[in-house]
Structure formats: structure tokens, C-alpha cells
Design a protein around this ligand. Sequence first.
Ligand code: HEC
Ligand code: HEC
Length: 284
Amino acid sequence: MSAPENMSAENSAPSSGKILALSLGFSLLMVLVFTLVANLLPQIEGEASVEEEVELGALTMDSFIALGETLFNGKGTCTLCHNAMGRAPDILAQNMVGAAEERLADSRYKGKATDAESYLHESMVNPGIYVVAGFGKKGSNDTVSPMPAVHKAPIQLSEVEIGAIIAFMQAKDGNDVTVPLPTDAPVAEAEPEAPAAATSAEEALGKFGCTACHSVLESEATLGPSLKIVGRKLTAEEIRQSIIDPNAVIADGFSGGMMPANFADQMMVKELEMIIHFLAEQKG
Ligand code: HEC
Ligand code: HEC
């Protein structure tokens, strides 16, 4: 009569060990899965990039310049091209007031600017009027600028924001800032909305500056490969990799290190998925 008891005791010992092992294994698996997911997926929250609030009444020259620096690195998307990669003049590394004076003295200069401030302004809103030698659109013999006008979509800086960036470009090398502090500009214009999640792939491609470098939608940009038939060339998974890890595979005829490698940190998952889906459908 004790045999069944023994049997059940013998059975229960190994089976509770099994359960322990199983549940330990399960916890470990979950930890692994979470780690993987956390590493693979861009942060869901996105880094709601901190937009400066401009209260014009309280604006000091220092905060105006700081706003310019924030815009230069953020909403202005200037550093996408103006960096040490050599595709555009390295604005942070060169004294732009000195550069402006050289440009104005160049016999090729046909613009309307008369001093550094007006040259920098003109370069931003009408980049094609004077193309820095060696930086023109491929094949245009420096007659066409690859730079988008920054007061137009997708960058769409206001006059106050453009002024702040000029102030930053003047101040960073110790030059006098000649841009007057804005006083009467409407606050609404100067105060950028906190970036909301894009609601369509088209909007996301503009929001993240893809259109500044790639031909896609209305853009004919040539700094990166055209994306108009990318769906024929790459699978959705390859497109995903091209966006979150652009240097893993370099497109033929282009150099690596050019496309920003931090989109995964900036995008919400939904935005990334919309872009991938949209690009995978681009088959010409
Ligand atoms: C898509 C790439 C791209 C973006 C984005 C871009 N630029 Fe440019 N920019 C260029 C290129 C290329 C040139 C050189 C050709 C020319 O003169 O237009 C240039 C020229 C300039 C010049 C003249 C430089 C000189 O040495 O004379 C200024 C000033 C300038 N950009 C400012 C800006 C600012 C400020 C922003 C952001 C608000 C910006 N750019 C965004 C590509 C870009
Ligand atoms: C500053 C310029 C720049 C910006 C901004 C940029 N890219 Fe790129 N992109 C490139 C360059 C250059 C390449 C080719 C080199 C490489 O493969 O990394 C490339 C490659 C790609 C490829 C692979 C294309 C192929 O034919 O293999 C895809 C897809 C792509 N980019 C999508 C995007 C998307 C989506 C965005 C916006 C979220 C974006 N890019 C923003 C410059 C840029």
C-alpha cells in the first residue's frame, strides 16, 4: 500500500524539479526576448527632441544664439550635410564670416548680399544663387546647389529661426552678431510645435530629412541613391536595415558614413514601419 505513495513521491520529486527548471528557463527566455526587442526596436517614445520655446519678450542675445545652435543641429537638419564628410562646407569647422567675405569678393558671385549677415541669409533661402566651388550638384559644374531652401518644406524655418541660426554662425567664432534680436515677430511663428508623430510615410520622409538626400516623392535630391524604385532592388527587411544601420551595406556608387546612423533613436516604431512599407512599394 505504500508502493503507490512511494511512486508518487518519486514522481513528484523529479517533476517539481522539472517545473522549477522550466520556469527558470522561461524567465531566462523572457529576459532574452525583452533584451532583443529592446535592442532591435527603436525607442517607442522617440526622443521628443527638445524644441526651444521662444518667448520673444524674454529673449536675450545668448538665448537667441543658443536657439540658433539647437536649430542648426535639430530642426534645420543642417548637420545632415554640413559636417566633416566633405559633401558640403563644414560650417562648424570654418569661420563663416570670413568665408562670406571671400564669397562676396569672388568674381562668380552674382547675388545681392553686401555683408556676411546678408550672405548667410541668402545662402539659406536661395542656395542656388552662388554655389561654393566643388560643391555643386553632380554634373552641374557648380551651377546648381544640392542644398534645399530652408524656409520651404520640408525644413520650413521661420525668419526668426533663420536669424537665430545666422546669429549662431556669427557668434561661434567670436564674430560680432549683427542680427537684431527679434521683438515684434509673432510668437506662434517662432515657436515650433513639439514634433508630433508623422501620420503618413510621405510626412515621415520629410520630417526625417530623407527627401534632402534622396529622390523620392517630389524630391530630386542626389546625395543618396534614388528611392523611386527601391522596392525593386531591396526587400522590406533590407530597407529596414538600410535605415537603422545604414553602414551595414553601402549602395554601389555611394560612400558610407553619409546617411545619419541614428534614425532608429529618433523615429517612433510606427514611423519606421510606415516608411519601410512605403519604400517597399516603390517599384516604378
Ligand atoms: C541636403 C544637404 C544640405 C542641407 C540640409 C543644408 N545645406 Fe547648406 N549647403 C549644402 C551644400 C552642398 C552647400 C554648398 C553649395 C552651395 O554653395 O550652395 C551649402 C552651402 C551653404 C552655405 C554657404 C557656405 C559657404 O561656405 O559659402 C551656408 C551658409 C549654408 N549652406 C547653411 C546651411 C544651414 C544653416 C542649413 C540648415 C538650416 C543648411 N545649410 C542645410 C548642403 C546642405
Ligand atoms: C545626409 C544624406 C542622407 C539622409 C538624410 C538620408 N540618407 Fe539614405 N542614404 C544616403 C546615402 C549616401 C546612401 C548610400 C550609402 C549607403 O548605402 O549607406 C543612402 C542609402 C539609403 C538606402 C539604401 C538604398 C539603396 O539603393 O541601397 C535607403 C533605403 C535609404 N538610404 C533610406 C533613407 C531614409 C528612409 C531616410 C530618412 C529616414 C534617409 N535615407 C536619409 C544618404 C542619406
